[in-house]
Design a protein around this ligand. Structure first.
Ligand code: 1HE
Length: 257
């Protein structure tokens, strides 16, 4: 399903997927979240990385509350599972995804951001989980992904007390890996996406699909999964070419930060 509320642009190897409902602060209606799912499931093979951003002053105001009607338990379960499927299409889709954050990153908007692989926030960004005060709970995978970014204690505090984190504190606690001046998040995210798109596809695959699972495994199983993934990645002809290029002085050295 596609929707007028989601813009998809392909710039060579980078897809830009933009929530485009600024009048409603990019609130995620059922149609919009399904479009996000379809966008990631339908990316052309030429795409190697993606950027997700939001039109207007805010990244995303979360679930479209105007659609929150009386649901029985079964319908609520399926609604949440629909969000899970959409955000799994982001996290475990074909390419790494970089979120460009600004303004409100709240509720389901934070759940969407946390399903991306890298988050770049500008200084206007703020993070909240207003579900706590709306009498509901997270349902888009936030209970799984957000504690892995900031810890369960901080998420509990955000939901119990309505605490809002500003951009600086958000970066400090792990909401975002990059903090940039106001208005600069998209350009930084796009620059990173172009860099990520140059990696060997199997390396990106390992980071997206193996690393998060290894991190959840008991150590002895994780070591074995790591060894299997390492063996597969290094056997690709592209890996041999890249290592040879370094040894022959044709590839960049690591430079001091
Ligand atoms: C919305 C939504 C929305 C704005 N659903 N319509 N999320 C929330 O509880 C956050 C609710 N939103 C806000 O707190 C604020 O709107 C913002 C801080 C994001 C932005 O404030 P502001 O002053 O720029 O905008 P506004 O005037 O509040 O909103 C502009 C319009 O967007 C207005 O509609 P209008 O027809 O009166 O112009 C708002 O009603 C509308 N709008 N946010 C629907 N969320 C998988 S489970 C996930 C569970 C959740 O995400 S719960 C958290 C929901």
């Amino acid at each position: 399903m596609t929707s007028k509320d989601l813009q998809i642009e392909i710039h060579d190897t980078v897809a830009v997927i933009r929530l485009n409902r600024p009048a409603k602060r990019n609130a995620l209606s059922d149609g919009l979240i399904l479009s996000v799912r379809d966008a990631f499931q339908g990316l052309p093979d030429s795409v190697r990385a993606a950027v997700v951003d939001g039109a207007g002053d805010h990244f995303c105001a979360g679930l479209d509350l105007s659609e929150l009607k009386e649901r029985d338990a079964g319908a609520g379960l399926h609604h949440s599972r629909m969000w899970h499927a959409a955000l799994e299409a982001v996290q475990y889709g074909p390419v790494p995804v970089i979120a460009a954050l600004h303004g409100a990153v709240v509720g389901g908007g934070l759940e969407l951001a946390s399903s991306c692989h890298i988050r770049v926030a500008d200084e206007t960004t703020f993070y909240a989980l207003p579900e706590g005060s709306r009498g509901i709970f997270v349902g888009g995978g936030g209970a799984v992904r957000i504690p892995r970014l900031i810890g369960a204690a901080r998420m509990t505090d955000m939901m119990l007390t309505g605490r809002v984190y500003n951009a600086q504190d958000g970066e400090r606690i792990g909401m975002a890996q990059y903090l940039v001046p106001p208005g600069a998040a998209f350009d930084k995210a796009f620059e990173l996406a172009k860099r990520v798109a140059e990696n060997a596809p199997l390396t990106n695959y390992a980071l997206m699909h193996a690393l998060p699972r290894i991190a959840e495994q008991p150590a002895d199983q994780g070591f074995l999964t790591e060894a299997l993934m390492a063996a597969i990645a290094q056997s690709a002809p592209e890996a041999k070419d890249r290592v040879r290029a370094f040894l022959e002085g044709r590839a960049d050295k690591v430079k001091k930060a």
